[in-house]
Design a protein around this ligand. Structure first.
Ligand SMILES: NC(=O)c1ccc[n+]([C@@H]2O[C@H](COP(=O)([O-])OP(=O)(O)OC[C@H]3O[C@@H](n4cnc5c(N)ncnc54)[C@H](O)[C@@H]3O)[C@@H](O)[C@H]2O)c1
Length: 391
């Protein structure tokens, strides 16, 4: 545990994501002083230092790790360099906040777990969906219903038969519609990105594991393309399941992420992290969640208002993405809460909000999904693989 109230940080990797989230969030956080920016591309590092008024700038992450003042690093590089950076940081006794995926294959993930535990430091993987206010609320509502189901009086129940054993098992449906023209080579290159299952779907594999914990995943089936559109079905040991339907042929003109959990004659639905709706129970008022950045707070809240704000935000633009960067409108997907949780974990010696084991699990499941898709069959998730025993 550190007695420091303000932690000193170094940002490693100053590309698109760092500009959208890390540099903004680290410099705004009252418990963090961002001292270093580092990028192998000197111009990226220089621009970030200048724009965010960061005093130290380098192209070599070892220089930042050599600074005794630095408490933690934030990694937002391409994926293939996580392992050497994490190994060096752990050896230098620095805590690590790492972008997803933690690793590209399970062997790298095992080595990261070793390094983190030997270094006695904390690691947090930015599998941020689990920290979004909307997902936290969805899980709370689902757990409440599971513990004490309340049904509407008009529920239709057939009385001539008993409940079947496989009835009323919880299921999570995740529908992603994304626009692949926005993907950079960093995502698609097999060596530095690995494609959409390892680069993106780790988010939803992690979310399902977090949502249904303490159930453990036991079986996986995947189909489609590991680098673009695909589907994944994940089954858990006590009957819960998750189906992900990820299409890259969609449009930014409609929100990307729809979540639906069904269980015991109820539906829990989250629309793009801005609105949760609940059906099949008497206490079912919708919940609204403020976007992370909102240039139009006066236009109201909820999904319809978010859509109206999106259209107002891109009006007159020929490139929605550029426009979004200029005046960002972002749903709250949990990035700030994850950073906050990690800072508190260091300051108060609490568990990391998304530790190396979660990072390993999502990597391993993504890898298994890719194998399933290539073999065109369902694969088991052995217990000894999903709960590795590592010193
Ligand atoms: N959590 C999320 O929701 C989310 C969303 C988008 C991206 N990401 C993740 O953020 C990361 C970065 O993505 P991006 O879109 O910004 O990619 P990017 O290619 O724009 O940026 C990566 C940067 O890392 C730099 N870099 C590469 N190797 C380096 C090294 N050894 N030392 C220092 N700098 C190095 C590159 O020069 C580049 O500037 C990826 O891991 C991606 O998966 C996360």
């Amino acid at each position: 545990m550190t007695s420091k109230k303000v932690l000193t940080a170094a940002q490693i990797g100053c590309g698109k994501f760092a500009w959208n989230q890390d540099l903004v969030n680290l410099t705004a956080h009252p418990g963090v002083k961002l001292k270093w920016v580092c990028d192998v591309n000197q111009e990226n590092a220089r621009r970030a230092a200048e724009h965010f008024s960061v005093p130290c700038c380098t192209t070599d992450f070892l220089e930042a790790l050599g600074d005794p003042e630095v408490d933690f690093i934030k990694i937002a590089t391409t994926h293939e360099v996580h392992l050497p950076i994490i190994e060096a940081a752990a050896k230098a006794g620095k805590h690590i906040f790492c972008e997803k995926p933690m690793a590209m294959v399970d062997e790298e993930a095992y080595r990261i777990i070793h390094a983190v535990r030997r270094g006695g430091i904390k690691l947090c993987v930015d599998l941020n969906r689990r920290m979004s206010p909307a997902m936290q609320a969805l899980r709370r509502k689902w757990l409440g219903h599971a513990a004490n189901p309340q049904h509407n009086p008009w529920r239709y129940v057939e009385t001539v038969r008993e409940l079947l054993p496989e009835e009323n098992l919880p299921h999570m449906m995740i529908r992603i519609q994304d626009e692949s023209s926005s993907y950079g080579l960093g995502h698609l290159d097999p060596l530095s990105g690995g494609g959409e299952i390892i680069g993106e779907s780790v988010h939803w594999l992690d979310l399902a594991c977090w949502f249904f914990a303490p159930q453990l995943p036991c079986e996986i089936t995947a189909w489609g393309s590991s680098r673009l559109s695909h589907g994944i079905h994940l089954r858990f040991d006590r009957g819960a399941s998750m189906t992900l339907d990820f299409s890259c042929s969609g449009t930014f003109d409609f929100p990307k992420e729809l979540y639906e959990v069904t269980d015991n004659a109820a539906l829990f639905r989250s629309l793009h992290f801005v609105e949760n709706d609940y059906y099949g129970m008497p206490e079912n008022a919708p919940e609204f969640f403020a976007p992370q950045h909102d240039p139009f707070p006066e236009k109201g809240q909820g999904f319809a208002a978010f859509q109206a704000k999106y259209l107002a935000n891109v009006a007159g633009s020929t490139n929605a993405k550029l426009q979004e960067n200029a005046t960002p409108l972002m749903p709250d997907k949990g990035h700030i809460a994850m950073l906050d949780g990690f800072v508190r974990a260091i300051q108060e010696d609490l568990p990391s909000p998304c530790d190396e084991l979660a990072g390993f699990r999502s990597t391993y499941l993504a890898q298994r999904a890719i194998e399933s898709l290539e073999l065109k069959r369902t694969l088991s998730i052995p217990l000894e693989k999903i709960t590795p025993c590592i010193l």
